[in-house]
Design a protein around this ligand. Sequence first.
Ligand code: 9GP
Length: 804
Amino acid sequence: MTQTLHAVPAGDAIDATALKADVLKHLTFTIGRAPEDAALGDWRMALSFAVRDRITESWLASERAAREAGAKRVYYLSLEFLIGRLLEDALVNLGLAEAAEVALRDLGLALGEVVADEPDAALGNGGLGRLAACFMESLATIGCPAIGYGIRYEHGLFRQQFEHGRQVELPELWLEQQHPWEFERPGSRLRVGFGGHVHQVEGRTIWHPAEEVEAEAFDTPIVGWEGQWANPLRLWSARAVYPFDLNRFNHGDFRGAAEPEALARTISRVLYPDDTTDEGKALRLKQEYFFVAASLADILCRFERDFDDLALLPEKVAIQLNDTHPAVAGPELVRLLHDERGVEFSRAVEIARGCLSYTNHTLLPEALESWSEGLFGHLLPRHLEIIERIDAEHYGAHPDRPGSIFEHGEIQMGTLSFVMAHKVNGVSALHTELMKETVFEGLHQVHPDRIVNQTNGVTPRRWLKSCNAALSDLITETIGAGWVRDLSQLERLEPHLGDGAFINRYAAAKRANKAVFSNWLAGDYGLKVDPDAMFDAQIKRIHEYKRQHLNILQTIAAWQAIHDDPQADWTPRLKIFGGKAAPGYHFAKDIIRLINDVAARLNADPVTSKYLQVIFLPNYNVSLAERIIPASDLSEQISTAGKEASGTGNMKFALNGALTIGTLDGANVEIREQVGPENFFLFGMTAAEVTARRAVPDHARRAIEGSAPLARALGALRDGTFSPDEPGRYHGIADNIAGGDHFLVASDFAAYHAAQTDVSRAYGDRETWARMAARNTARSGWFSSDRTIRGYMGEIWGAAPLID
Ligand code: 9GP
């Protein structure tokens, strides 16, 4: 045994020895490399396989236990799973992080480098996909038998680069190297059809698709805390039924011979095809039906293996639709029950509804899906008929109900999901109330018990335990390790908040994280920052409703104010931005460019840069969030009230001791309630005030006239201060804010500017600030995704955990 092994507890030493042997075994027999020839990636793969072996044991045992118990299963259908890197998560959950460190050190490697070599699996756009990933981990931690179903995109969310400050999109290549976590299932391929026609044979309806593809499953087991339970994430990949046309090949038509495979694979090629063209729209709908059809066939096959009475489906099967993307599951399940298994139509609808539930994640009209009847009927003719009948029967039962599934010549997928679900949930208390008052008002009146709330949460394993070792060690030393499984135990920190020594240690943990982050910034981006400056972060998708332009406008105003009086006592700040704009969303891309231009100007300013610096970190992803959040002091949650359904970044920041500056929007409302209004910087209009303000003529002009700093900051956008080579570059943004200003940047500016002044003042008193931050941590226990999942299990799925 080496010296390093003696340095760790005995259990870890045994684990380290066994792990090292397994790593070497996999390096040789799975990777086929000798240690002296192995590159970092080879070692990472070998370690991942060694870890996967351990997860697989837990997974197979979980599967056996669920079957023996005849337990209800949860099937989570989501077009997005933003899982990020898996190695560190798995090591932490299996309690092997220290053993791995020792084993690798022994082999001459650093665990940190090996872990960082893993590509970040970006199979999602943002919050919705990351939520699905947190849910998978919580389901496994709680021991709820579940499967996550989605698509194994060859290319996840694009890689973002900046060229002269502009966003450039490059393909994401996470599968370029082998993905060590998954099990390919070539033996269980399923056929999925599109198009064709429908006809009746002896009273039964038969759909003859014109085209078929195969769905191949890849299973990635996700392990919960302490490795007690694991569930699979089953991602589908599309292939041709007959991948290769030998006849065409032998006639010299090589391109034609490969065409069927290329076309079929298009379905699982990219995360979000550009759907501005008809072809793009059709592809998106195909993706949705492809993964729903394969998943439902799989679910029924599992059910029928164990039970022979379809009436038991709602008792044994819970299917959650993550947003409307899987909404075609309603008519598909009815088709499988009625057309293929002969269940009477309205009974089939009833059984389907007993299984299905739907989560709404947005009220933004442009994000609520709808499909033209023409396109939908062309690709899914039988489903269109089924939806028409569901609509007629539902409408027939409620003739005074406003609206139907078919409105404006389009199929409204939100309405379809609502009608086909026994429960519909929003993702924060405010959002759920707004659902009842706005988009689902009519349906809510008819079904007053259907809408329930399940406020989002985040997994504390990834978002505290593993991303913030300094803080999590301090918490464990102070209150024990029980918080990792039961985050509500963080409240046990409360009695320590009056203890100066504890607060000093809390502040020291944050300072240490900031030092690490500063070193990384200096090394990777050449930006030297003072770790004692306030780190102020806004990291999320770039969208007008999230108002990154409000933030940068206020930053400009702060810069102008420092210039006016450089000798004043300014609180130094680093403004951190991260986030991607949808490739076709030009306004959002202009915001990115503006932030980069402002950063270039401010960071080079000899007068102000010691007080104010700005950085936009490219290619924001899960791993970058894990770096930024533990090092942040201030969390920017500044969306126009009523627009952000929940947010989950806001929870991660609060948990890691960043104070929030935010509006009363989404889960900010509940964060403020939990942490206490005195530990939260509130500003801006409420959702009701936003609606009222929009009706005021010239609201933006009035706001600009009422705020000299705003007028001056807008002036700098207009006079080319940040784009001297092209003075008109930001006139569009300035005109938008001074004109319609739908997202009320101008109207909320003065309140935001004042709140930022309060923030700066508060940061000046470091001890008080640290105590406020520690209170945020102590009172964030509610925001665990374990709590959210228990809510779904109890109120929506009727599922029970199989571990204590
Ligand atoms: O915009 C919401 C975000 O507020 C929420 O936290 C997240 C998870 O519930 O879902 C986002 N919605 C979408 O990504 C699209 O509906």
